[in-house]
Write a protein that binds this ligand. Sequence first.
Ligand SMILES: [Zn+2]
Length: 468
Amino acid sequence: MITGTHFKLNRTTAAMLAFALTGASLTTAHGEDGKPGFFKKIFGGGSKAETQPPPPAQVKPAPKAAQKTTATETGRPPRVIITTTGRGSKRTVELNKSATSVPAKKAPPRSKPKSESIQDVTKSVAKDNEGPMKGEFKEDDDDKPSTSKSEAVSVLPSKDGWEIVKIGGRDYVTADSIRNFYNPVYGFTTFRLQGNHFWLGSSKLVLKAQVGSQEMLINNIKFILSFPVQSHNGKVLFSRLDLCKLIDPVLYPSHIQNAEHFDTVVIDAGHGGHDAGARGIYGHEKDFALKMAMSVGAACKARGFKVVYTRSTDMFLTLGGRVSIANQTPKSIFLSFHFNSGGSAASGIETWALTPQSAAATISRGGGFNVNGVTGNKQDSANIALATAVHASVISRFKFVDRGIKRAQWSVLTGCKRPGILFEGGFVTNAKECLLVASDTYRQQVSAAIGDAVVNYRKALESAMAKR
Ligand SMILES: [Zn+2]
């Protein structure tokens, strides 16, 4: 928890560790020599070509399949009371979205056609999907937070350099205080608000946000904040919760208090057995998830980690059973692999970390408002650091639509005592994306990116772990 009291930033270590988190090799992380361009490193990449015959004629994707959530998840929409000063009336604002779900048509999966190289496919997937690309803000209509203009606002006396503004009973910190706090490490040169768009930047880091939106980009990697960015008297405001549970662990991973050393990766292939998961164009989610899990396992072993699989065959396993395997594996982190389903045009990569206490899930079916906190919240900072390392590493290597790093109370995350994430590796209901998911080479390349991310994550938290 940031209080601004008890720690002075150690320039080099912080810079080095933040860079490690986002995949830069340490050699380029000597931020202090002001050498820019290390972030260029994580956005290079691209994958080895895979020779495959051309894709099939136009494939009519299965009707919109319900985006899967774990069977037990029941979203209870969060309520946020915003009082209007002066008029004294209370008004309820719903901060979630309703999901549409259409049962998937039971069409048998097609055999995987031959097609062009992965790079070409990823490029064309990106090209013909309406989704937002890196660096672009696209307001999802139903994600747009509805904020009332007349909230009770009070400016609290600044504490240890932190300017706090209370809006509707919630604490926000000014972007100015964030700049001042991290400036010793990042040497910010840009601090600009233009209309609703806000930039905080240096040669090492560019943070973009938009007043009224929950979308934030750090070096073009998308994060979904728990609360919309606000503004007051021309000051840009981030919720204190987002500062503590997202911005600080990502910008300053060495500060993560309870970072535990790990040497084992618990890998969870979603679904299995009679639970096929999403029905894809070229196969079932459960099979792709198992293949991805095996491939990630190989990549982690190749990087010196021990690996434990929650399942290594097509068997059904309860969500609770998966969590207990993770909790019974000492010195470990938890990675769960799934694939998404939606309309035929829906595509992209998203990574889930547990919803922090006193915040809402990114989507209504994500378990709603986390009122009392759950077991997994003990690892909030490590969860978001791990999600960032994995998501940034994959997004930077493949020209995929970045759907962002999101929050939910998926069962495999709520009960997990280890740092844990759920990775959605693409839409199996999207013809071209399912073609990729069905390809060994693509899975191997994504697995390599994830293996590197696990190494980056450990590097980033090394000094924090050393303190334990
Ligand atoms: Zn799934």
